[in-house]
Design a protein around this ligand. Structure first.
Ligand code: 5RP
Length: 262
């Protein structure tokens, strides 16, 4: 079954598998969104079903909530959990300081709130997500539907004075209509190519009326688990300043590999 996985999916899987081992009995765990996070949810589900792991999950999107339920993880809302031990999520880009761009899957708002309410944030990613400076991946920002085109113009105007290489802004579409997030908002994608000062950009963009949140996660991620297509994983911890390498064997498991929907 694992033979059907592409190298990129193997890389995502091994990163998720390694991060799942960081989850301990009794933990309240933020569950990210996206294809890498979906592997994590499946790995944790298997640990719950087969090893008796007891955790409470707080999903960052409707689709993660559905998957978590499907694989047998008990889930609660963030307000019920109040504070989390750990959040594990994917990313679209990470740099050497473990600053991130997130939101490619449209869930950045809940993802940021959940990560902010966690003792620790662990990012799981394949090696291709590592960049020297953020910005090649379009930066998503969540905006409220009211006057979103006016908000887009204000964002474009703001970008003129920012240290970025590109300034094109597009609205994310879902067929013929603007994409709608779980919170009922739209997403603007900022094609910046390179962001000179991510911290400043994040603060400035959030001052624009109509902007709810941006996909820059600055100083939030503690650890990144980087997966490779050959089963190698690298764990980098920004606080400890450590780098560990490991290798994960693919253990074929019908439950884990069947019907992957993301
Ligand atoms: C969703 C996200 C995802 O974590 C990010 O898009 C990475 O996704 P994938 O694991 O599918 O590459 O931020 O909003």
């Amino acid at each position: 079954m694992s033979g059907e996985l592409s190298p990129i999916d193997k890389a995502k899987f091994v990163a998720a598998r390694r991060a799942a081992d960081m989850v301990e009995n009794g933990m309240r765990v933020g569950l990210g969104t996206g294809s890498t996070a979906a592997w994590l949810v499946r790995c944790l589900g298997e640990m719950v079903r087969e090893d008796g792991l007891k955790i409470t999950g707080v999903p960052t999107s409707i689709r993660t909530a559905e998957l978590a339920r499907e694989v047998g993880i008990e889930i609660v809302s963030l307000d019920e959990a109040k504070w989390l031990d750990l959040t594990i999520d994917g990313a679209d880009e990470f740099d050497g300081e473990l600053n991130l761009i997130k939101g490619g899957g449209g869930a950045l708002l809940q993802e940021k709130i959940v990560a902010s309410a966690s003792d620790q944030m662990v990012v799981i990613a394949d090696k291709a997500k590592e960049v020297e400076s953020l910005g090649a991946f379009p930066l998503p920002i969540e905006v409220i539907p009211f006057g979103w085109q006016t908000t887009q113009s204000l964002v474009e105007e703001t970008l003129i004075s920012m240290d970025v290489l590109g300034r094109t802004v597009t609205v994310r579409m879902d067929g013929a209509r603007p994409y709608i997030t779980d919170e009922g908002n739209h997403i603007l994608d900022l094609h910046l190519r390179r962001i000179g000062n991510p911290r400043q950009l994040g603060l400035v963009v959030n001052q624009i009326p109509g902007v709810v949140e941006n996909g820059l996660f600055i100083d939030m991620c503690d650890t990144v688990v980087i997966g490779y297509g050959d089963g190698k994983v690298e764990v980098r911890d920004i606080n400890e300043g450590t780098i560990e390498t490991d290798r994960i064997d693919f253990v074929e498991s019908d439950n884990l590999f069947k019907d992957l929907s993301e």
